[in-house]
Design a protein around this ligand. Structure first.
Ligand code: NDP
Ligand code: ZN
Length: 190
């Protein structure tokens, strides 16, 4: 029997199409230079499959989460197509690129506990996706020390996101433990 899809499905398809167009000239930092869109799609998939997140605004914002930070997309475009709620979530997870990089990294740690619950979910899935890539599809030319620092920085951000979704937190913790071994940090912590 033919399955009839509901309106949220259409909204997600619109978001996927929008993000794919916006990220079309971008690549991830891994050796094969994977299409950038793989990452926001993975973040939304993690929310759905690992975190059992079913909230449509959260899933839509996950798909769009890097458009303001990494492309020429304006807040107005997101507001017009996806509404105020989704725009608010995307803004919550967007770094202020006018600030120096190290300041932005510190701000992520400091602001994590104050994010909305939905933004915390997106941040958790974003960190899971990025740590997974750091370990299994790492940025080319990153030396061990830079990977170690990145892994330990994500732990500090995630500390401020805890108590939001046990399943996502468990997935992060498993990846973090794997990362400590793979990046030779295990002994130092004992
Ligand atoms: P960056 O922020 O430059 O790069 C990491 C980001 O790149 C991720 O958060 C992710 O962001 C995106 N990304 C794209 N492709 C990948 C991939 N394959 N795997 C993982 N992430 C990917 O890194 P940092 O500046 O944080 O560097 C890590 C640490 O190294 C820092 O804490 C710093 O102390 C140290 N360091 C930094 C140097 C520098 O020049 N910045 C130089 C030497 C050391 P998104 O989700 O937005 O795509
Ligand atoms: Zn991201």
């Amino acid at each position: 029997m033919e399955q009839v899809f509901d309106e949220p499905t259409g909204k997600l398809l619109t978001a996927i199409h929008f993000a794919a167009l916006k990220h079309r000239d971008q690549r991830r930092k891994d050796t094969p230079l994977s299409p950038y869109i793989n990452h926001p799609l993975e973040v939304a998939r993690l929310l759905w499959e690992v975190g059992s997140v079913r909230d449509i605004a959260t899933l839509t914002a996950a798909i769009l989460h890097d458009t303001l930070e990494d492309t020429a997309t304006t807040p107005e475009e997101i507001r017009q197509t996806f509404g105020e709620k989704v725009l608010g979530l995307v803004l919550e997870v967007t770094d202020d690129k006018s600030l120096p990089k190290m300041r932005r990294k510190r701000l992520q740690i400091e602001q994590a506990p104050h994010l909305s619950r939905q933004a915390k979910l997106i941040k958790l899935a974003d960190k899971i996706s990025n740590v997974h890539d750091l370990l299994y599809a790492p940025p080319r030319r990153w030396r061990l020390e830079r990977k170690q620092k990145y892994l330990l920085w994500t732990e500090q951000v995630v500390a401020g996101l805890r108590g939001t979704n046990a399943l996502l937190e468990q997935r992060y913790d498993a990846l973090f433990q794997a990362g400590k071994t793979l990046l030779h940090l295990a002994q130092e912590q004992q």
